[in-house]
Design a protein around this ligand. Structure first.
Ligand SMILES: C[S@@+](CC[C@H](N)C(=O)[O-])C[C@H]1O[C@@H](n2cnc3c(N)ncnc32)[C@H](O)[C@@H]1O
Length: 383
């Protein structure tokens, strides 16, 4: 079957790289999503391991959709009984871009009617929808429709460790992408100077110890009447491959003591509390004897948390800190438009990324590189 992975704007290449690492080097673009070929067992493998993708969908059908009749007929033609039992709780979703059909509510109703009519016909009884959830989407782009079944349920960003509310947290999938877009590797020092609820340090740590981000949660497919042996295997393999003794060098700092206690609690739920050093601290107090470290942070933007003036002072001070740590690389996600000017250094790279629908830039400001072959030695002697 074809499996589709939606990726957030700006992180498509990161998801493709991750898919390749997981053993799916061949991908194709299908209606704005990344497609890979797979079997039932791949549904489990992808849901449990993917850290930057948003969900795992099964591609059910593709057809031209200019009229509601075409939607009904093509949806009715699909053999829904392949996946849906007679008590399936059916939720339909619709998306439409540049197409004749754009009324999402009507698309949802037509899709649902077609599925219910087909299943009623096949099972020869009325459906009570008392069973497991099945989320089905019709997505139309330039009059071409795709029908998909969502195997994930609650999005992949819901790892399960972030139980407490915090202001302006970063989505877990975005945090994982920020780490992937940096030069971080588990032998390096990583500090998030504005850690909030701890998302960046926790995601970095899960990656460093090779813990699959979805291993502690359930997905919609876990409640379906399908072969779950792939799920069992993917979880067993995942647990076996966790590098529990791996020494990591990850810290999270925040000026807000509430944030730090929330971050510690989240790290505990993620099973990595022993590995991350969290501390209440103003970014301006940060110093380190470590060399070639990395800062990955999303500081306040001035839109939601602080005033613009305060943010400018903060970014200026962040720039001064960077100058005191000449071999550290800084990776900063912010929507503040004049970041480089206030920070005092032009970024080596920046890329557009959305955080909670706010257009942001992810600035990479690289520090001096370690002399060849010495990077590893620095880490070892610093332990
Ligand atoms: C956008 S939030 C970070 C959210 C975090 N990435 C998460 O996923 O929860 C920015 C954080 O910066 C912290 N902060 C603001 N000024 C600070 C400063 N001078 N030093 C350290 N932390 C600061 C705030 O308390 C807030 O938690």
């Amino acid at each position: 079957m074809e499996l589709l992975i939606p990726a957030a704007f700006g992180v498509e290449a990161v998801v493709k790289r991750e898919l390749s690492r997981l053993g799916y080097p061949e991908t194709k673009a299908i209606n704005g999503r990344i497609g890979v070929s797979g079997e039932l067992s791949d549904i489990a493998k992808l849901n449990i391991n993917l850290s930057c993708g948003e969900r795992v969908l099964i591609l059910l059908a593709e057809f031209d959709a200019v009229t509601f009749d075409q939607v009904y007929e093509n949806a009715y033609a699909y053999d829904w009984q392949n996946f849906l039992p007679c008590n399936a709780r059916i939720l339909t979703y619709a998306k439409s871009v540049d197409s004749a059909l754009f009324a999402q509510k009507s698309l949802c109703s037509v899709l649902k009617k077609a599925i219910v009519d087909k299943l009623t016909n096949v099972y020869r009884r009325s459906l009570d929808e008392s069973g497991a959830r099945y989320m089905i989407e019709i997505s139309i782009y330039k009059n071409k429709a795709t029908l998909t079944l969502d195997t994930t349920g609650d999005g992949l960003h819901k790892r399960g460790y972030r139980k407490l509310a915090y202001t302006a947290p970063l989505k877990e999938t975005t945090a994982a992408a920020l780490i992937d877009l940096s030069v971080y590797n588990p032998d390096k020092y990583l500090a998030d100077l504005f850690c909030g609820s701890g998302t960046i340090p926790i995601e970095a740590c899960l990656r460093a110890i090779n813990k699959p981000v979805g291993i502690d949660r359930q997905f919609d497919y876990n409640f379906w009447n399908i072969d779950q042996s792939g799920d069992k295997l993917a979880r067993e393999e995942g647990y076996d491959n966790i590098k529990r003794d791996k020494k990591v060098f990850i810290s999270g700092f925040d000026i807000d003591k509430n944030a730090v206690s929330i971050a510690r609690y989240h790290a505990k739920l993620a099973g990595v509390e022993e590995k991350i050093h969290f501390q209440i601290a103003d970014m301006r107090q940060f110093s380190s004897k470590q060399r070639y470290g990395i800062v990955i942070s999303n500081p306040p933007y001035g839109e939601r948390l602080n005033t613009r003036k305060e943010v400018e002072i903060l970014y200026k001070d962040l720039g001064s800190l960077y100058k005191k740590l000449p071999d550290w690389s800084f990776y900063i996600l912010t929507s503040y438009p004049n970041f480089e000017r206030v920070f005092g250094k032009r970024a080596d790279k920046n890329r557009k990324i959305y955080n909670a629908n706010i257009e942001c830039r992810y600035y990479s400001i690289l520090g001096a590189k370690p002399p060849k072959n010495q990077e590893k030695r620095f880490v070892e002697t610093d332990e």
